[in-house]
Design a protein around this ligand. Sequence first.
Ligand SMILES: *[C@@H]1O[C@H](CO)[C@@H](O)[C@H](O)[C@H]1NC(C)=O
Ligand SMILES: *[C@@H]1O[C@H](CO)[C@@H](O)[C@H](O)[C@H]1NC(C)=O
Length: 255
Amino acid sequence: MLLQYYLLFAAALGSAIPTVSYRNKTRTVAGIEVPDTPLISKALDYARKNMDDEGYNHVVRSWLTGQASLSHMPEKDQRGIDLEAYAISTILHDLGWSINPELISPDKRFEVDGANAARDFVISEGGDEWDKHRIQLVWDSIALHTTQDIAEYKEPEVALTNLGIVTEMVGPNISKGLFAPGQVAVTQEEFDAIAKVFPRAGFRTYFRGVMIGLCRTKPVTTYKNFVGEYGVRFVEGYSLQGKREIDLLESDVVD
Ligand SMILES: *[C@@H]1O[C@H](CO)[C@@H](O)[C@H](O)[C@H]1NC(C)=O
Ligand SMILES: *[C@@H]1O[C@H](CO)[C@@H](O)[C@H](O)[C@H]1NC(C)=O
Protein backbone atom coordinates (compact mmCIF):
# COMPACT_ATOMS: atom_id res chain seq x y z
CA MET A 1 0.00 0.00 0.00
CA LEU A 2 2.65 2.42 1.05
CA LEU A 3 4.69 1.76 -2.06
CA GLN A 4 1.75 2.15 -4.35
CA TYR A 5 1.10 5.43 -2.65
CA TYR A 6 4.58 6.68 -3.35
CA LEU A 7 4.34 5.66 -6.96
CA LEU A 8 1.01 7.34 -7.54
CA PHE A 9 2.05 10.35 -5.56
CA ALA A 10 5.19 10.85 -7.60
CA ALA A 11 3.32 10.27 -10.84
CA ALA A 12 0.48 12.62 -9.97
CA LEU A 13 2.68 15.51 -8.94
CA GLY A 14 5.24 14.92 -11.63
CA SER A 15 8.12 17.32 -11.57
CA ALA A 16 7.06 18.89 -8.28
CA ILE A 17 8.38 15.85 -6.44
CA PRO A 18 12.12 15.45 -6.84
CA THR A 19 12.04 11.90 -5.63
CA VAL A 20 12.54 8.34 -6.67
CA SER A 21 9.86 5.78 -5.95
CA TYR A 22 10.69 3.71 -2.87
CA ARG A 23 13.34 6.14 -1.70
CA ASN A 24 11.78 5.91 1.71
CA LYS A 25 12.66 2.32 2.38
CA THR A 26 16.04 1.11 1.23
CA ARG A 27 18.82 -1.19 2.30
CA THR A 28 22.38 -1.65 1.17
CA VAL A 29 23.48 -4.78 -0.66
CA ALA A 30 27.14 -5.15 -1.66
CA GLY A 31 27.56 -1.42 -1.18
CA ILE A 32 24.62 -0.49 -3.44
CA GLU A 33 21.54 1.19 -2.03
CA VAL A 34 18.46 -0.64 -3.23
CA PRO A 35 14.75 -0.40 -2.52
CA ASP A 36 13.57 -2.75 0.18
CA THR A 37 10.12 -4.23 -0.40
CA PRO A 38 8.59 -7.54 0.61
CA LEU A 39 8.11 -8.55 -3.01
CA ILE A 40 11.76 -7.93 -3.88
CA SER A 41 12.74 -10.15 -0.95
CA LYS A 42 10.36 -12.83 -2.20
CA ALA A 43 11.80 -12.55 -5.71
CA LEU A 44 15.31 -13.01 -4.33
CA ASP A 45 14.15 -16.11 -2.46
CA TYR A 46 12.42 -17.40 -5.57
CA ALA A 47 15.54 -16.88 -7.71
CA ARG A 48 17.72 -18.48 -5.02
CA LYS A 49 15.46 -21.53 -4.96
CA ASN A 50 15.23 -21.89 -8.73
CA MET A 51 18.70 -20.96 -9.99
CA ASP A 52 22.11 -22.53 -9.47
CA ASP A 53 24.74 -20.49 -7.61
CA GLU A 54 26.27 -18.93 -10.72
CA GLY A 55 22.90 -18.01 -12.20
CA TYR A 56 21.69 -16.54 -8.94
CA ASN A 57 24.81 -14.45 -8.49
CA HIS A 58 24.48 -13.20 -12.06
CA VAL A 59 20.88 -12.02 -11.67
CA VAL A 60 21.61 -10.29 -8.37
CA ARG A 61 24.71 -8.62 -9.82
CA SER A 62 22.59 -7.46 -12.76
CA TRP A 63 20.02 -5.89 -10.45
CA LEU A 64 22.66 -4.11 -8.39
CA THR A 65 24.64 -2.95 -11.42
CA GLY A 66 21.64 -1.29 -13.09
CA GLN A 67 20.47 0.19 -9.80
CA ALA A 68 23.92 1.64 -9.12
CA SER A 69 24.04 3.07 -12.61
CA LEU A 70 20.65 4.70 -12.22
CA SER A 71 21.59 6.13 -8.83
CA HIS A 72 24.33 8.20 -10.48
CA MET A 73 21.98 9.65 -13.09
CA PRO A 74 20.53 13.14 -12.73
CA GLU A 75 17.51 13.25 -10.44
CA LYS A 76 15.19 14.04 -13.35
CA ASP A 77 16.17 10.81 -15.12
CA GLN A 78 15.38 8.75 -12.04
CA ARG A 79 12.02 10.28 -11.34
CA GLY A 80 9.01 8.01 -11.63
CA ILE A 81 10.96 4.87 -12.51
CA ASP A 82 9.27 1.82 -11.00
CA LEU A 83 12.26 0.48 -9.12
CA GLU A 84 10.36 -2.49 -7.81
CA ALA A 85 9.33 -3.60 -11.31
CA TYR A 86 12.95 -3.11 -12.39
CA ALA A 87 14.20 -5.18 -9.45
CA ILE A 88 11.75 -8.01 -10.08
CA SER A 89 12.65 -8.01 -13.78
CA THR A 90 16.38 -8.29 -13.27
CA ILE A 91 16.19 -10.74 -10.38
CA LEU A 92 13.90 -13.09 -12.31
CA HIS A 93 15.28 -12.51 -15.82
CA ASP A 94 17.01 -15.86 -16.25
CA LEU A 95 14.37 -18.27 -14.99
CA GLY A 96 14.53 -19.52 -18.60
CA TRP A 97 17.60 -21.45 -17.48
CA SER A 98 16.22 -22.35 -14.09
CA ILE A 99 17.26 -25.58 -12.41
CA ASN A 100 13.52 -26.17 -11.93
CA PRO A 101 12.33 -28.09 -15.02
CA GLU A 102 8.76 -26.93 -14.43
CA LEU A 103 9.77 -23.44 -15.52
CA ILE A 104 11.34 -24.58 -18.78
CA SER A 105 9.26 -25.11 -21.92
CA PRO A 106 10.36 -27.39 -24.75
CA ASP A 107 9.50 -24.85 -27.42
CA LYS A 108 10.04 -21.25 -26.26
CA ARG A 109 13.25 -19.27 -26.28
CA PHE A 110 14.73 -18.79 -22.82
CA GLU A 111 13.81 -15.11 -22.62
CA VAL A 112 10.12 -16.00 -23.04
CA ASP A 113 10.26 -18.79 -20.45
CA GLY A 114 11.79 -16.27 -18.04
CA ALA A 115 9.18 -13.61 -18.84
CA ASN A 116 6.33 -16.08 -18.37
CA ALA A 117 7.71 -17.41 -15.09
CA ALA A 118 8.20 -13.89 -13.73
CA ARG A 119 4.70 -12.91 -14.79
CA ASP A 120 3.29 -15.95 -12.97
CA PHE A 121 5.33 -14.93 -9.94
CA VAL A 122 4.02 -11.35 -9.77
CA ILE A 123 0.45 -12.45 -10.45
CA SER A 124 0.57 -14.91 -7.57
CA GLU A 125 2.71 -12.90 -5.12
CA GLY A 126 2.32 -9.25 -6.09
CA GLY A 127 -1.14 -8.42 -4.86
CA ASP A 128 -3.28 -5.41 -5.78
CA GLU A 129 -0.33 -3.13 -6.49
CA TRP A 130 0.39 -5.17 -9.60
CA ASP A 131 -1.89 -3.87 -12.27
CA LYS A 132 -1.80 -4.90 -15.91
CA HIS A 133 0.75 -2.25 -16.81
CA ARG A 134 3.29 -3.24 -14.17
CA ILE A 135 2.94 -6.92 -15.00
CA GLN A 136 3.49 -6.13 -18.66
CA LEU A 137 6.55 -4.03 -17.79
CA VAL A 138 8.13 -7.06 -16.14
CA TRP A 139 7.22 -9.35 -19.01
CA ASP A 140 8.60 -6.95 -21.61
CA SER A 141 11.75 -6.21 -19.62
CA ILE A 142 12.61 -9.89 -19.47
CA ALA A 143 11.48 -10.86 -22.97
CA LEU A 144 13.61 -8.04 -24.43
CA HIS A 145 16.60 -8.28 -22.11
CA THR A 146 18.84 -9.59 -24.90
CA THR A 147 17.45 -7.18 -27.52
CA GLN A 148 19.02 -3.82 -26.76
CA ASP A 149 18.03 -2.22 -30.05
CA ILE A 150 14.36 -2.58 -29.11
CA ALA A 151 14.61 -2.34 -25.31
CA GLU A 152 16.32 1.05 -25.39
CA TYR A 153 13.25 2.62 -27.01
CA LYS A 154 10.74 1.05 -24.60
CA GLU A 155 9.80 2.18 -21.09
CA PRO A 156 12.73 3.18 -18.83
CA GLU A 157 12.31 0.00 -16.75
CA VAL A 158 12.71 -2.13 -19.88
CA ALA A 159 15.75 -0.15 -21.02
CA LEU A 160 17.32 -0.26 -17.56
CA THR A 161 16.87 -4.03 -17.26
CA ASN A 162 18.79 -4.51 -20.49
CA LEU A 163 21.43 -1.97 -19.48
CA GLY A 164 21.94 -3.53 -16.05
CA ILE A 165 22.34 -7.02 -17.48
CA VAL A 166 24.63 -6.01 -20.34
CA THR A 167 26.81 -3.94 -18.04
CA GLU A 168 26.97 -6.78 -15.55
CA MET A 169 28.23 -9.02 -18.32
CA VAL A 170 30.88 -6.83 -19.96
CA GLY A 171 31.79 -4.35 -17.21
CA PRO A 172 31.36 -0.56 -17.15
CA ASN A 173 34.17 0.32 -19.55
CA ILE A 174 32.93 -1.76 -22.46
CA SER A 175 29.30 -1.09 -21.65
CA LYS A 176 29.81 2.66 -21.91
CA GLY A 177 30.63 2.13 -25.57
CA LEU A 178 27.38 0.22 -26.11
CA PHE A 179 24.92 2.75 -24.68
CA ALA A 180 24.22 6.44 -25.13
CA PRO A 181 26.68 8.76 -23.36
CA GLY A 182 26.05 9.07 -19.63
CA GLN A 183 23.72 6.08 -19.36
CA VAL A 184 26.22 3.63 -17.93
CA ALA A 185 27.20 5.36 -14.72
CA VAL A 186 28.08 2.50 -12.37
CA THR A 187 31.73 2.81 -11.33
CA GLN A 188 34.37 0.12 -11.66
CA GLU A 189 34.69 0.19 -7.86
CA GLU A 190 31.00 -0.56 -7.44
CA PHE A 191 31.18 -3.26 -10.08
CA ASP A 192 34.12 -4.90 -8.27
CA ALA A 193 32.46 -4.59 -4.85
CA ILE A 194 29.34 -6.32 -6.17
CA ALA A 195 31.46 -9.19 -7.50
CA LYS A 196 33.12 -9.58 -4.12
CA VAL A 197 29.79 -10.45 -2.52
CA PHE A 198 28.31 -12.25 -5.55
CA PRO A 199 31.41 -13.76 -7.18
CA ARG A 200 31.76 -14.02 -10.96
CA ALA A 201 33.65 -17.32 -10.59
CA GLY A 202 34.39 -17.82 -14.28
CA PHE A 203 31.12 -16.37 -15.50
CA ARG A 204 32.03 -16.36 -19.20
CA THR A 205 32.65 -20.10 -19.09
CA TYR A 206 29.47 -20.71 -17.12
CA PHE A 207 27.41 -18.61 -19.54
CA ARG A 208 28.87 -20.42 -22.54
CA GLY A 209 27.87 -23.71 -20.91
CA VAL A 210 24.29 -22.51 -20.45
CA MET A 211 24.05 -21.42 -24.08
CA ILE A 212 25.51 -24.69 -25.31
CA GLY A 213 23.00 -26.52 -23.11
CA LEU A 214 20.12 -24.65 -24.75
CA CYS A 215 21.46 -25.53 -28.21
CA ARG A 216 21.60 -29.19 -27.22
CA THR A 217 18.34 -29.52 -25.31
CA LYS A 218 16.00 -27.22 -27.24
CA PRO A 219 17.70 -26.26 -30.51
CA VAL A 220 14.45 -25.18 -32.12
CA THR A 221 14.42 -22.16 -29.74
CA THR A 222 17.94 -21.04 -30.64
CA TYR A 223 17.75 -20.21 -34.32
CA LYS A 224 16.42 -16.68 -34.13
CA ASN A 225 18.51 -15.11 -31.37
CA PHE A 226 22.23 -15.03 -30.59
CA VAL A 227 22.11 -18.43 -28.88
CA GLY A 228 22.39 -20.32 -32.18
CA GLU A 229 25.83 -18.84 -32.77
CA TYR A 230 27.03 -20.77 -29.71
CA GLY A 231 25.66 -23.90 -31.30
CA VAL A 232 27.51 -23.22 -34.54
CA ARG A 233 30.77 -22.58 -32.72
CA PHE A 234 30.67 -25.14 -29.94
CA VAL A 235 28.16 -27.92 -30.58
CA GLU A 236 29.06 -30.84 -32.78
CA GLY A 237 26.46 -31.44 -35.47
CA TYR A 238 24.57 -28.22 -34.78
CA SER A 239 23.77 -26.16 -37.84
CA LEU A 240 21.78 -23.07 -38.74
CA GLN A 241 21.64 -24.18 -42.34
CA GLY A 242 18.05 -23.79 -43.56
CA LYS A 243 16.97 -22.53 -40.11
CA ARG A 244 17.70 -18.83 -40.41
CA GLU A 245 14.95 -16.30 -41.05
CA ILE A 246 16.47 -15.60 -44.44
CA ASP A 247 16.02 -19.23 -45.41
CA LEU A 248 12.32 -19.04 -44.72
CA LEU A 249 11.92 -15.63 -46.31
CA GLU A 250 13.77 -16.57 -49.46
CA SER A 251 11.89 -19.81 -49.92
CA ASP A 252 8.39 -18.93 -48.72
CA VAL A 253 7.62 -15.25 -49.16
CA VAL A 254 4.97 -14.96 -51.83
CA ASP A 255 6.46 -13.01 -54.70
C1 LIG B 1 10.05 7.28 5.75
O1 LIG B 1 8.79 6.85 6.22
C2 LIG B 1 8.64 6.98 7.62
C3 LIG B 1 7.31 6.37 8.03
O2 LIG B 1 6.51 6.05 6.94
C4 LIG B 1 8.78 8.43 8.01
O3 LIG B 1 8.66 8.57 9.42
C5 LIG B 1 10.11 8.97 7.55
O4 LIG B 1 10.21 10.34 7.81
C6 LIG B 1 10.31 8.72 6.08
N1 LIG B 1 11.66 9.10 5.70
C7 LIG B 1 11.93 9.80 4.60
C8 LIG B 1 13.37 10.04 4.33
O5 LIG B 1 11.07 10.20 3.87
C1 LIG C 1 38.54 1.27 -17.57
O1 LIG C 1 38.94 2.42 -18.23
C2 LIG C 1 39.77 3.26 -17.46
C3 LIG C 1 39.98 4.56 -18.21
O2 LIG C 1 40.30 4.32 -19.55
C4 LIG C 1 41.06 2.52 -17.16
O3 LIG C 1 41.90 3.31 -16.37
C5 LIG C 1 40.73 1.24 -16.39
O4 LIG C 1 41.89 0.48 -16.19
C6 LIG C 1 39.72 0.41 -17.15
N1 LIG C 1 39.31 -0.67 -16.28
C7 LIG C 1 39.13 -1.89 -16.73
C8 LIG C 1 38.73 -2.93 -15.72
O5 LIG C 1 39.29 -2.22 -17.88
